[in-house]
Design a protein around this ligand. Structure first.
Ligand code: AMP
Length: 147
């Protein structure tokens, strides 16, 4: 399975984006209201400039208290974003996430952002293919296939 298969399963899902000058409080509001874990930060040319996740915001609130909410996304976002491409294998994406300890992977085609997958999407798709494999093995063992 490839990342493009997950993107296909997701269908037309909105990718929530903010700009670096967005207030952290406004970013957090999007995260809470839309039940998502991350926002992609786009610069004035609509290029990927960073990522900010619920974990970044939680950590900053823990450290700085309410002041954190009045900062800009730019102050707290991660700038060196690791990205995937649609042709990457799902196992590769899972490796990126486990080795680097993050749960969100923007997917790019050249300079163009084409999707965002989370560790949840990966677990779901791996569980799905295990279920299918399991079913075929069970049918094979119980003699449902001729020959
Ligand atoms: P997460 O587990 O996705 O909430 O992210 C944990 C940390 O990794 C946070 O500091 C994020 O800003 C950062 N992060 C999340 N996704 C990525 C990514 N694709 N590339 C680089 N850093 C990331």
């Amino acid at each position: 399975m490839k990342i493009k298969d997950i993107l296909e399963q997701q269908g037309k899902r909105e990718i929530f984006k903010v700009t670096p000058d967005t207030a952290v409080k406004d970013g957090l509001e999007i995260i809470m209201k839309k039940h998502i874990g991350a926002l992609l930060v786009m610069d004035e040319n609509d290029k990927l400039a960073g990522i900010i996740t619920e974990r970044d915001i939680l950590w900053r609130i823990y450290k700085d208290g309410e002041d954190a909410l009045h900062k800009k996304v730019d102050d707290y976002m991660t700038r060196n974003v690791i990205v995937g491409i649609p042709d990457d294998d799902i196992e590769t994406a899972e490796q990126f996430m486990t080795v680097n300890r993050f749960r969100h992977l923007p997917i790019m085609e050249g300079e163009k952002l084409v999707g965002l997958i989370s560790i949840g999407d990966i677990v779901k798709s791996m569980a799905g293919s295990l279920k299918v494999q399991n079913r075929y093995l069970r049918d094979y063992i119980t003699g449902k296939y001729p020959g």
